[in-house]
Design a protein. Structure first.
Length: 436
């Protein structure tokens, strides 16, 4: 292994005021920590060490399920970023990697490109320490500040330690740092906790390295990538930034959004060619959209696969493992759950379709409801091809309606229907003069 990655995720996250651990808060419906782990995994020849607190032990199984190539280190007491790195180094006994990269679990947007470019600089310039820096948008911020002397980086001062609060600094510490592994190990012990927070600051290594004439530099990247999360406001900001990146990605790949700022994507959203998304569409996890699809306004999709030439919405909710095959149409005020919709099916208005299988060329009339729940269990509705289900029908599951059948409007269907059958209930329309 030529690269060791240490991810710090043991912080208390007390400023979040949430019962959920900070690094498990979602960005684009995916935990922040998993964003960082994905980026870490995309770097070549790496070994990953994740530093967590005891309180995160319950989450270990969840992490291992997705990432089986990690070593865990437990930081007993949260005494600062340097102390966290120290707990990781305990696992470094047989580690021969020359370079160590430090990432934070609460900084999920750092890109693979930035890390690769910084690593390249680190190697090319033969550095001992490279700090990934940025120029913060807001001059009033809580980031550590880079201090230079004769254009040379000499130390980092934490915001809480700055005496003159009006002093202006160009560069902030993103938190990401690259070290020569041996020099990191040799010098960590010199860090003291004589500061306002009584913590061991990893950032103090800049001054320590400088005093020993080791080679230090910084690599600047877009500040948006380094946005850290300490509060709900910052989580919202990071999520917003993530959405911008996703929207740009899809716009650059030919997806037309009429009002991009109102469309919400998840980390794993897939969209094909020639797709139009109208304003105010929400795409939750596991959405896969193929080609020539139109998503009309106010549609809410999660865990759904949409095939070619399908039109969806406006005002639809589709969820829990739905497949909609080519040329089908799902219109306004339709909810579909756990169902398979074959080719060229029309469900144009006001329906609930749950636990169903609808075969090709079938038309589902307005207001059709699959009554899939008997109060205890869910049951299936199977509708064959070329059927016509009249408006306002109640289909009481378990139910099979075979190929080519026609159900009259307003029918409660609670028995299986053989193929090519016309079904309606006999109840005549009574007309009386009101006055008699
Ligand atoms: C840190 C940096 C600051 C930088 C900022 C960028 C230090 C001293 N300060 O400040 O210069 O501008 O990040 O976002 O390094 N953690 C542990 N164990 C601990 C403490 C923290 O694992 O004992 C982890 C946290 O989970 C988090 C990361 O380290 O992922 C950063 O800790 P945090 O307390 O958020 O540091 P900042 O005050 O933001
Ligand atoms: Ca932080």
């Amino acid at each position: 292994m030529s690269l060791s990655i240490i991810i710090l995720a043991a912080g208390k996250g007390s400023r979040m005021l949430s019962t959920k651990p900070k690094v498990f808060q979602d960005v684009g419906n995916f935990p922040m920590l998993f964003h960082v782990l994905n980026t870490a995994n995309s770097l070549k020849n790496n070994s990953i060490n994740l530093v967590i607190s005891k309180s995160l032990s319950d989450y270990k199984v969840l992490i291992k399920e997705k990432y089986n190539n990690l070593t865990f280190s437990i930081q007993d007491r949260q005494q600062g970023t340097a102390d966290a790195v120290k707990s990781a180094l305990k696992n470094f006994k047989n580690n021969s990697s020359k370079i160590t990269l430090i990432l934070y679990g609460d900084t999920p947007l750092v890109s693979k490109e930035t890390l690769n470019n910084a690593l390249q600089k680190f190697k090319k310039d033969n550095l001992d320490l490279c700090v990934i820096s940025m120029e913060a948008e807001n001059k009033k911020n809580s980031y550590g500040k880079l201090i230079f002397k004769n254009k040379k980086l000499i130390s980092i001062i934490e915001q809480s330690e700055i005496k003159n609060k009006n002093e202006y600094f160009n560069f902030c510490n993103s938190g990401v740092m690259i070290f020569n592994t041996k020099k990191l190990i040799d010098n960590l012990k010199f860090i003291k906790n004589q500061n306002k927070k009584k913590e061991f600051y990893l950032t103090d290594l800049v001054e320590i390295f400088n005093k020993k004439n080791l080679l230090i530099d910084h690599f600047s990247c877009r500040y948006q990538e380094t946005l850290g999360v300490n509060s709900m406001i910052e989580l919202a900001r990071v999520n917003n930034e993530f959405q911008k990146v996703k929207r740009n990605y899809f716009l650059n790949n030919g997806v037309y959004m009429q009002a991009p700022d109102t469309v919400y994507f998840s980390y794993d959203t897939k969209i094909g060619k020639n797709v139009i998304i109208q304003p105010n569409v929400y795409l939750g996890p596991l959405v896969d959209i193929k080609n020539n699809v139109i998503l009309r306004s106010f549609s809410y999709l999660e865990n759904v696969k949409v095939f070619n030439n399908v039109t969806i919405g406006p005002f639809t909710r589709i969820r829990d493992g739905v497949e909609i095959k080519d040329d089908s149409k799902v219109g306004n005020f339709v909810e579909i759950k756990k169902s398979r919709i074959a080719k060229n099916v029309k469900i144009s208005h006001l329906s609930y379709i749950g636990d169903s299988n609808i075969n090709k060329n079938t038309n589902i009339g307005a207001g059709t409801i699959t009554c899939n729940y008997d109060g205890v269990k869910k049951h299936k509705t199977m509708i064959g091809e070329d059927c016509f289900i009249g408006s306002n029908s109640s289909l009481v599951a378990p139910l099979k309606i075979k190929k080519g059948s026609v159900i009259g409007a307003g029918t409660v269907v609670n028995k299986d229907i053989p193929h090519e059958t016309l079904v309606y209930r006999k109840s005549e329309l009574i007309k009386k003069n009101k006055k008699k």
